[in-house]
Ligand binder design. Sequence first.
Ligand SMILES: [Zn+2]
Length: 236
Amino acid sequence: MDFTLPFKRWGRFLADLFFPPLCLGCQAMLESPTALPLVCPNCLNSLTPLPEDFPQIHILNRLHPCYLDDLWIAFEFSEVIRALLHSIKYQKMPRQGMRVGGYAGHILSTQLQSAGEALVLPVPLHPLRAKEREYNQSALIARGIFENLENEIVENLLVRRRYTSSQTRLNRMRRKLNVKNAFAVGEEIPLADRAVILVDDVVTTGATLNECARVLKERGAKRVTGMALATPVHGE
Ligand SMILES: [Zn+2]
């Protein structure tokens, strides 16, 4: 019996009274304050699942050479997704990260049936950036996606060798150059003939996932599938 429970509940009540939880998407006050996710039903319903063939047509077909065997992306990027990722990255909300991963896993459940025993590797942050944030949002998303599956998630097998600048303002060619040789694979787990699933938060040109896939295949990985929460559908 946890005797501190009534005090914890009371503390929670006071916290909700003075700092009512707001929807991370639109800042509306939430009706069921203790329920995760901290997103209102409107924002949750506004998330648009990405058509299944979009990643092949708009991302994989434009990578030359392409080292990814497949790419699964759950949602169209939107302001709600931006707000969710921002809260995961900067407001220290790791459980929110897993919950968002859970949404993606639900949308991609058909694709996940072919995940088999693939090793799951989150795209790493550079150690400096990881220190600022304390955790890697892609790792949290991966944990949410694979919560009900048996796949092994290994956080530090894939590492960033150098501090790459943000890809946000770079064009396709510069993105490719920016990530070239930025990743290395540890020796702890043999990759020969293994299937690997790489997990990232947002994919734009696919340059980062493709570069990770390249080094994994150099190390013998048989099949590399990319997986992400969202991709922008317009623009670039
Ligand atoms: Zn909302």
